[in-house]
Design a protein around this ligand. Sequence first.
Ligand code: HEC
Ligand code: HEC
Length: 434
Amino acid sequence: MKNSPRSRAGLVVLLAVLATVVTSRAQPGRPGNPPPPVPQPPPPAPAAPTRVPAPPAAPASAPAPVLAPAAGLGGALAGLTVAQSANFTEGRDAFRERETPATGLGPIFNDNSCLACHDAGGIGGASRRTVTRFGRTTNGVFDPLEAQGGSLLQDRAIDPAVRERVPAEANTIALRVTTPVFGAGLLEAIPDAAIVLGTTRAKPAGIAGKVSVVRDVTSGQNRIGRFGWKAQQATLLAFAADAYVNEMGITNRFFPNENAPNGNTALLARFDRVPDIEDPVDPADGKADVDRLADFMRLLAPPARLALNASAQAGERLFATLDCAACHTPTMTTGRHAIAALSEKTVALYSDLLMHDMGPLGDGIAQGTAGPREMRTAPLWGLRSRPVWLHDGRAGSIDTAIRAHAGEAQNARDKYTRLTDAERRQLLDFLNTL
Ligand code: HEC
Ligand code: HEC
């Protein structure tokens, strides 16, 4: 979007939206689809395609990084105080902790610890592990089938009798692969206004970008989303609370109710034996596990950058000329923060944290203000520590991930495919240093 009067008007609307507290009904236990539609510049009209992606192909041999492998993933930010380091360590224990039916796991869930999914390269990493979202698309409109337990499937249960299934009504099914949380505190500390500003920056023809506006369950405020494939959460506390109940079945102060299997509350009542809430606040320090989980993720260091050799330096220039940087913004800056290690820092995330219409690469799921074809520009930092790429993990190499770009990224993708083999190698060498 060019810096036109229309986009300035859009900015004013968005800032106004941020100032407003959403008055709509909250949807406890279904936080993946929170706020009502918010005024946005009109999207292009065509009906959303309904895609049912195949399970990720057996990972092709991902190109080995040419430079040294990632060091120190899973460690704390530099420059923490003694008290902050203690919070990090305590939070890390919570992230590792395996829940059992006796401690509140389930009745339906996807896994029994945060670490079970977030472990590639170090604690807090990505993995090949996917979760399933489903819904019904009619004339391009996505219905998350909330009454039948959508859109997130819980595919495990403490008893086979209670296990959730994708209902027959669902005609849109998508996989989402686990994203890493390295450096998540820096992403959280980027001011909403800085993300909004990205929508007004001049961009190459065909590239737009809009914010995901979410109702943050921890503050009740409208915020700019930044976490998850659809930028569906704005804060780490909200993501932790959401993941605790939706991935593990641990009720907490933000989500006090269990998910009923496919919406069947009678069935839930028969198997839900641990009284809610299952994540109480400890009177000794005023914290529950959700707070500890948020502390850990907030204080987790970003992936270390590797030195650029000559090939990677040439690749960095190509990254700009191919217009990759129009969406994968090399850096953003955090605002003032009570934690010095997060305050006014340059964040080399390689994302604008905006939603882009990716055409057929969209996952078909509408979530919050994000439409079925829209996806958050994936941050490219730490790319080399990932086992698979793209939202459903379909890409077994970074090259495959780039070739799958479409929609607003079609031109950049086409330019990439026209590079010589040597130039492509340079670009990949650069990406492997992030
Ligand atoms: C069953 C596997 C699974 C478990 C268990 C799990 N996660 Fe995740 N996590 C995912 C997937 C998949 C995504 C991407 C989801 C999406 O965007 O739809 C994700 C994304 C995230 C993100 C967003 C990071 C970003 O910037 O994209 C955070 C934060 C997160 N998880 C925290 C947690 C915490 C805290 C726990 C434990 C309470 C947890 N997760 C448990 C699979 C899991
Ligand atoms: C119009 C915005 C846009 C442009 C231009 C763009 N990308 Fe992306 N990129 C995205 C989005 C959105 C995703 C997430 C797609 C998905 O998984 O559904 C993504 C994902 C990726 C991924 C996979 C990341 C992951 O976490 O799995 C890589 C690698 C990547 N882009 C590299 C590039 C390169 C290199 C270029 C330039 C040739 C480029 N991108 C141009 C928006 C863009």
